[in-house]
Design a protein around this ligand. Structure first.
Ligand code: FUL
Length: 629
């Protein structure tokens, strides 16, 4: 085709009729933007994903009883924050760089943090503030003041409401939603917990999800609804803060409902080329448990651990919802807020200098060979400008070249998700100062944002090759960073020579996990093998105020859910302490369980007999012991 300068050169200096025609043809043939591909995010879902980090606040009767799951029999008076200060939560979240706060407005115990007119177990029944308190009002106002978005967790499972387990409950819950979503301004996210246990009458509820979702949209048309199956966003499949290294924003939902047949692995990595856009949200607590308790003040996650969580959530196409529970004062505890500020400072230090800045960029292909879709768009901060290629090109590459060698250990890429998630694989190669190209990463998905952790690399150029895509790739950002503050180790190679398997998401990169910090409670204790029960011989009489148990390896080999616990001083005569007791939330969050006895006891032997285990054949124990008086 004739180019513009040839057209200008023709004849008399003005444009001939032919030249005008050619110019018109060239302009009108320039390809437009690629057609969107596959399931697409709504505008609200794109805005949601751009938030990247939000704060979860677990707060309620459990804060005062140290339970993870209250059973609904707690008196409303238990809820008695001595100095509720939601502005302090908002100020902390803002300073930590969070974009929104989601509060547990109603947890499984059924207690509502606002005066819900269809419920008799709320702040209005509590003597806190003479029944005039309203945490949702305080928090929604504080969020507005600090420019944060406001969201609510409302558990359909209710262990207090007498209607639970009957048809009427679904309508009571509809009214609960209307009350929480209709009185506190805009709600950006509605968090639905899929848990469905027995209510006070021993019955389970059959939830009317269509009614619940349509009520949310009626009250808050732009809300993103979280559940195992969306429709707004999905659970990431674990509570330890790690999205799959392969992580699609899409999944085949079919007629799946929250809490039903979708496996944790599917949730963790999503599904390629699937029917619905339901990006992953990684919910994880800054402490071992979801609710604040004094005994966990010393177990707030380290900066290194939090940074690893950041890389494995935001850096793997997921939003990070970091739980920072409020304490009995109604404050974010100093220890947690200091840790959040350390995390913010580390993120700022790593991500404030983009080492790709000023690089020259060249691509193997550019859509229509024009400027509109040029590879330079990868380096600007405009979210809506992107590099893309012609429709039939699925494996293009681009190269960043530097005028002097640059040292980096993080590669950040972004796909322009308004047009769908397309890339199925990519690799990175660095050109060293010795003039040799070396492959430094080979990964699968990108999505909204992907941060690849590589060993520190000195390079004069970096080539990113898309090795597979469902449709022509559309990338809006490439950046390079150097992280010398977090101590988070590089990702293990995902592909080994001769294999094409996908990697595991459980690599720990040197971070000490819950499982590793645990020790058996008493150094002289011995666990006596038994067919099913675990018996611990402490070697002599001791006084204990409680016991602890932890499953091994993130619960993979099974964990105890319900159990009987007996104690003995001689190993022959046993005294029951607990019958059919449950470790709350242990399947989702298989961490150390600390259980207090009703009163201190003398014992030499302690026996835990599992009644229900997550794996019917086996269960594992990484820690079992007593809490000495
Ligand atoms: C789970 C609940 O059972 C936990 O208590 C916690 O609220 C967590 C965020 O969701 O499913």
């Amino acid at each position: 085709m004739m180019n513009f300068s040839e057209i200008y050169k023709s004849k008399s200096g003005g444009l001939s009729a032919f030249a005008w025609a050619a110019l018109f043809a060239a302009v009108s043939c320039a390809p437009g933007a690629p057609e969107p591909y596959g399931a697409l995010p709504s505008e609200a879902q794109v805005e949601w994903q751009k938030m990247e980090t939000n704060m979860f606040v677990h707060f309620g009767p459990n804060t005062f009883t140290s339970a993870e799951w209250g059973d609904g029999t707690e008196s409303a008076d238990v809820f008695a924050p001595s100095d509720l200060d939601c502005r302090q939560w908002a100020a902390t979240a803002k300073a930590a760089g969070m974009k929104g706060i989601i509060i547990t407005a109603k947890h499984h115990d059924g207690f509502c943090l606002w005066p819900n007119p269809v419920c008799a177990h709320t702040v209005a029944q509590s003597s806190w503030m003479d029944g005039k308190g309203d945490v949702l009002r305080e928090l929604s106002l504080a969020c507005r003041e600090y420019g944060l978005k406001f969201g609510v967790y409302i558990s359909p499972w209710d262990r207090n409401d007498p209607h639970y387990g009957t048809d009427e409950y679904n309508d009571v819950f509809r009214q609960t939603l209307e009350s929480a979503l209709g009185n506190y301004g805009e709600v950006f996210e509605q968090w639905f917990d899929g848990a469905c246990g027995e209510g006070p009458n021993g019955k389970r509820q059959v939830y009317d999800w269509d009614l619940f979702n349509s009520t949310v949209f009626k009250m808050q048309p732009h809300a993103v609804i979280f559940s195992d199956v969306g429709p707004g966003c999905r659970w990431v499949g674990n509570e330890y803060g790690s999205a799959g290294r392969t992580c699609w924003g899409t999944m085949n939902i079919g007629d799946g409902t929250p809490g039903s047949h979708i496996s944790q692995e599917q949730l963790n990595s999503g599904e390629m080329d699937a029917t619905h856009w339901v990006a992953a949200e990684t919910d994880v607590s800054i402490r071992p448990g979801w609710f604040w308790r004094e005994s966990e003040n010393s177990r707030v996650k380290s900066l290194q651990h939090l940074m690893k969580i950041y890389y494995e959530s935001v850096g793997r196409n997921s939003l990070l919802l970091l739980n920072v529970p409020a304490d009995t004062r109604g404050h974010i505890h100093e220890i947690d807020s200091v840790r959040l500020m350390e995390m913010r400072a580390a993120l700022d230090e790593v991500f404030s200098v983009d080492l790709a800045d000023g690089a020259s960029v060249e691509a193997s292909h550019v859509r229509g060979r024009g400027r509109r879709f040029a590879a330079e768009n990868l380096l600007d901060a405009d979210y809506d400008s992107y590099w893309t290629v012609d429709d039939d090109v699925l494996t293009p590459s681009f190269t960043l070249s530097f005028d002097a060698p640059r040292v980096f250990n993080r590669i950040m890429l972004q796909e322009y998700i308004p047009l769908g998630q397309r890339v199925t694989g990519f690799s990175a190669e660095a050109l060293g100062t010795d003039g040799k190209w070396r492959e430094i990463a080979r990964e699968t998905t990108i999505g909204y944002k992907r941060i690849v952790l590589i060993p520190e690399t000195e390079a004069v150029a970096l080539r990113i090759s898309i090795t597979g895509a469902l449709a022509c790739p559309v990338l809006n950002r490439a950046a390079l960073y150097l992280d010398r503050v977090s101590g988070v180790a590089p990702d293990e190679p995902l592909f080994h020579a001769g294999s094409s398997c996908s990697g595991s998401s459980s690599d720990n990169g040197g971070v000490v996990t819950e499982d590793e910090v645990l020790e058996i409670g008493c150094p002289t204790a011995e666990i006596i093998a038994s067919s099913k029960a675990k018996v611990l011989d402490l070697g002599g009489i001791r006084t204990a105020s409680g016991f602890f148990y932890a499953p091994a390896d993130k619960g993979k080999d099974g964990c105890v859910i319900t159990y009987d616990l007996d104690i003995s001083t001689d190993g022959n005569t046993w005294t029951p302490v607990f019958r059919d007791k449950m470790f709350d939330n242990i399947v989702n969050n298989p961490i150390l369980q600390e259980v207090r006895f009703p009163s201190p006891v003398e014992l030499r032997y302690i026996r835990m007999t599992p009644l229900r285990t997550s794996n019917p054949d086996t269960y594992a124990v990484s820690a079992f012991g007593i809490q000495a008086e």
